[in-house]
Unconditional design. Sequence first.
Length: 195
Amino acid sequence: MAHRIRYALKDSIFTDKLRGTVEADEGFIGGVPDKNDKRNELSGYRSNSNKIAVMALVERGGRVRSQVISSVNGQNLKQAIRENVERSSELHTDQNPAYTGLKFEYEHQSVKHRANEFSRRENGKLISTTSVESFFSLLKRGVIGTFHHISAKHLPLYLAEFDHRHNCRKITDGERTDIGLQKVIGKRLIYETAI
């Protein structure tokens, strides 16, 4: 039943794009780290063969959109950004080389985590990825503390739940429920039994 509710919360089509200051990051969900995974010295990112890659985009002070991606590479990350973020937006990322080249489409700023930089002030603006990292922190804490295990098949449904929670964080439980019920319209919530 919980999966049917998560399915109802999933946004089928986005009618607009994220705008303003948008933070982007990627992470890996599920599975125990493989002892044979090696650190990539160039990018500083771990190859997580038994984990699922997720990309999240957060409007600072606003909405979040997260999605499963097949792999963490420039093509996938840039495609997700182009599909979900208005071109006039200010984009904040870490220094993952996969984000290289976005400065021609967005006002792209990055923080240097490898140099222990997590935020900085530049021309009166806060350059940071703390909002998107906070979203990942809540998602991962939910996996560890509540769900314990999430399969690749059902991860998009859990992402829909956490997106809904984040996007409705400033309203009452009743209002959050009403918004969730409105998302049911046009969806058949069929419960499939195991054969």
